[in-house]
Design a protein around this ligand. Structure first.
Ligand code: KG4
Ligand code: ZN
Length: 350
């Protein structure tokens, strides 16, 4: 479409242009909108969480998530503009999560993004949610390429060799549950609430991480694939045969967390060693886990590997990270038409 080309040319000719992207993220249960300047500076970053909607079910209910996105999307977008003191006329492009995720949720964000793109005559850029997680770190610091990127969230656990802002090579993912999903399922089974990661981390502080030896699924020596369903089943079996009290539950939480952290830390380090890189970036909701941060920093230091983590609010789902990815895609001339659809599955770097 003509206006897209004009805007891109204008951007190309004027590299000092402030280039403000309105980014929208609705891939799962958080409604996010952000204004990002030059792919780096956060002018605003709003997230409306739906945790209280899904808490009583112990997991995300897709139908409820899309309904809540519909209610939230316009207030969140309006809020992001107000917080940044900008109007829609000052936006240069709209970036939106196109997948992977829940289609009913994605479509709410995509429809809003298309409406803004069409009415304001500005480009629309569809973004892979995983790319957003991998680039979130650039909102806070410049990490030299190449690095190993690990996304550990409720929906994904995957390792990438990241060679540039838009250059990703998939190294391995989970065969079954994602790391965050295992935290959520174990927390649900133990009756601790939803989402499970934070409650397990809090409870683990009162427990002994060496109390119970839960299995670590390394799959094969040096394998970069993950599997977390075994440790989850091991927790269920342990509870059935021991009927633990409060102290016992704290030990289970600490021992379970240690088993997951051991696997994540070792695999990201193996990936760095195999590819001869000295930097690793970990993102996604599970990356806010302080035991994971502490263990990877320590273990990496001894091996000359530096670990980077975005701040916890940028690790979990947010629109600012989508804005970073949209900026770099747009800079490379990538944009979408108004016929863009939502993708429930969208492998990155394969
Ligand atoms: O990235 P995110 O907000 O959404 C997805 O893309 O999935 O990640 C949410 C996941 C949930 O499974 C949650 O339990 C987990 O991240 N999580 C944590 C912690 N905080 C959130 N897992 C372990 N420790 C935490 N502190
Ligand atoms: Zn995510």
């Amino acid at each position: 479409m003509v206006w897209y080309d004009n805007i891109f040319e204008e951007f190309e000719c004027n590299r000092d242009k402030r280039m403000i992207i309105l980014a929208i993220e609705t891939s799962c249960d958080d409604t996010g909108a952000a204004l990002i300047e030059k792919g780096k500076k956060i002018l605003s970053n709003l997230v409306s969480s739906q945790d209280e909607v899904h808490r009583k079910y112990g997991g995300v209910v897709p139908e409820l998530a899309s309904r809540r996105h519909l209610e939230n999307i316009l207030p969140v977008i309006r809020g992001s503009l107000e917080e940044a003191h900008k109007s829609l006329d000052e936006i240069d492009a709209v970036g939106v999560t196109k997948g992977p995720g829940l289609v009913g949720s994605l479509l709410v964000g995509i429809s809003a993004a298309k409406a803004i793109s069409y009415t304001k005559g500005i480009p629309l850029v569809g973004v892979n949610h995983l790319m957003g997680h991998l680039l979130a770190v650039f909102l806070e610091e410049d990490v030299p390429f190449p690095f190993i990127g690990m996304v550990a969230s409720g929906g994904h656990t995957a390792l990438y060799l990241v060679e540039g802002f838009t250059a990703f090579r998939f190294l391995g993912g989970t065969r079954d549950d994602a790391a965050g999903e295992a935290f959520d399922k174990v927390a649900k089974y133990l009756g601790l609430g939803y989402p499970g990661g934070r409650v397990i981390e809090d409870l683990a502080r009162h427990g002994n991480p060496c109390a119970i030896s839960f299995p670590r699924a390394y799959i094969a020596k040096d394998s970069l694939e993950f599997s977390f369903s075994g440790v989850k089943t091991a927790v269920v079996n342990y509870v059935r045969s021991h009927s633990p009290g409060y102290d016992g539950i704290a030990d289970i939480a600490a021992s379970f967390q240690e088993a997951v952290v051991d696997v994540l830390v070792n695999k990201v380090i193996w990936a760095a060693q195999r590819h001869g890189v000295s930097r690793v970036v970990v993102s996604g909701g599970v990356a806010s886990n302080s035991r994971l941060r502490e263990r990877l920093e320590q273990q990496g230091k001894g091996l000359g590997i530096k670990a980077y983590f975005p701040s916890p609010h940028l690790c979990k789902d947010n629109a600012a990270m989508i804005g970073v990815a949209a900026y770099h895609l747009f800079k490379e001339g990538k944009k979408d038409g108004l016929d863009m659809g939502a993708l429930s599955r969208w492998p990155l770097g394969r």
